[in-house]
Write a protein that binds this ligand. Sequence first.
Ligand SMILES: Nc1ncnc2c1ncn2[C@@H]1O[C@H](COP(=O)(O)OP(=O)(O)OP(=O)(O)O)[C@@H](O)[C@H]1O
Ligand SMILES: [Mg+2]
Length: 276
Amino acid sequence: MTLDGAMPTTVPALTPDLLLRVERLEVVYHRVATAVQGVSLNVPRGKMVTLIGPNGAGKTTVLRAIGGFTAAEVATIRDGEIAYMGRDIRGMPPEETVRMGIVAVPERVKIFDTLTVKENLRASGFPVEKAEMQGVWDMFPQLWQRRDVRAVLLSGGERQMLALGAALCCKPSLMLIDELSLGLAPKIATDLFRLVRKLNEERGIAILLVEQNARAALELADIGYIIESGRIVFEGSSEKLLGHGDVMEFYLGRSDERSKSFRDVKQYRRKRRWWG
Ligand SMILES: Nc1ncnc2c1ncn2[C@@H]1O[C@H](COP(=O)(O)OP(=O)(O)OP(=O)(O)O)[C@@H](O)[C@H]1O
Ligand SMILES: [Mg+2]
């Protein structure tokens, strides 16, 4: 549904400025549990898009489907389309999507604790040339300072920087970032978000950012989608979402209201409209 309350009627064409287009995506786990039910979303070239919503809403599943990581979780894409740079990538395995420039920074980051920062970057699976390594150091000077330190000794924020750095070594056009702020102090999370925005603005990398920290994500991103129980319930420019009363109330508002579902309110309002 759009912010005007109207259902989008036409399927957007794959214009040159659209990098990723997901249409009516449906994903089931173990052939029975539907986790994503008809999700459509777009990532324009060079833009930063955020997908926000409560626990279990289907955010990670959407990213898994795009990156091709469904098989490992016994998930199946039952319906829908995923187009990237004009190519149908639905069902493509991660080794192929990564070659096309789709690089995932997953929820539980895979970092080798016994390797140093520098060794971790080299282990990204791509031949990392000097220029790329320099690119990482330029973006994350803190990692340069810690380059010979074993990853196990890094702070939570530094680990996430390393994860972003390793992703950068894969020459991404699109980064799929899942819960970067998980378990981090707010200040550290804010610093990381700024670095993500910098990657987007300075390197032109499009970002699809999954976050539970809705406000921080919206303040950073260009476009936002809100997902609940596997469905998009709201979409629009970040500005619009930040300024919208219902979104404010149920995602960004007082902490005692956060557990309420947007759909509950919507249904309640609809009922009120119908019956009174
Ligand atoms: N590997 C799996 N096997 C079976 N069901 C799963 C699996 N992963 C997720 N699910 C289910 O799919 C639904 C969506 O989960 P998903 O992890 O995509 O949500 P999420 O929005 O990323 O949640 P969170 O904010 O907690 O990370 C949930 O009901 C979840 O229990
Ligand atoms: Mg998740």
